[in-house]
Ligand binder design. Sequence first.
Ligand SMILES: C[S@@+](CC[C@H](N)C(=O)[O-])C[C@H]1O[C@@H](n2cnc3c(N)ncnc32)[C@H](O)[C@@H]1O
Length: 235
Amino acid sequence: MNTRYAKLAPATTRLVTGVYDRLDYGALGAIYCYEGGDEFWRAKRGPCVRLGSRIAVLLKKKLKRNGRSLYVGAGVAELPPMIMEAVELDRTVEPHNLRKAEVIALNRAGRALPLTFHAVDAAKAKGCFDHLWMVSVLNDPERFPNLSPLTYGQGNPLTLDTMKFNKERRTVRALVACCMGKLTRPGLVTTTTEEVIWIAEWCHQHGVAYRVGKRYYQTALVGDPICFIHIGEED
Ligand SMILES: C[S@@+](CC[C@H](N)C(=O)[O-])C[C@H]1O[C@@H](n2cnc3c(N)ncnc32)[C@H](O)[C@@H]1O
């Protein structure tokens, strides 16, 4: 086995450790949970590093050097793969997140990193990308309170507000269309098993071949398992 791909480079690990040391967990506590911020991060910080680094190792094998990655809704959990891409594969990494306070905290802690978080809608990202990361965005209960429960098989037919549901579904489809339109082929999408349907729908509508990886990987914060979708590969 080529050990270069089996683990992260020491430089990546140093940067990951450094940025997690510098994060303002007080500020992040208010963003990620309603109460018990300190306890939350004491429990979650280790899994963020460990599980994020595991995904980073997998991406190291899947992505080519000097490509571009669009990270939609990227936050604390995404730091290891983003750092690996920038440091080890010389890739341009563009993380977008609509939560301004989180973007400020991440950029402050990540001053030494070769990437900057943008508090701007990812739909506005410029140019093309060969990797799209969209994890726990389309099923976010805060942003899509009427659509999200259905994603998890928890909808209530008696109380579902179909007008609001339709509006949220239009927003989700528009975001997917915008981001998928920026993806070069062959390309890679990293997403959760709950969000695969939206990517698959776009591929069917556009006659684009896709292959969903069979393996699922645990995540630290939201808990939705991650998988990879290979887009537009030749047979
Ligand atoms: C539930 S959080 C998931 C955070 C992180 N991916 C994780 O798994 O821990 C959803 C994030 O998606 C972001 N988001 C939603 N729509 C977005 C958009 N159009 N552009 C950029 N970020 C977006 C929100 O601001 C929020 O930070």
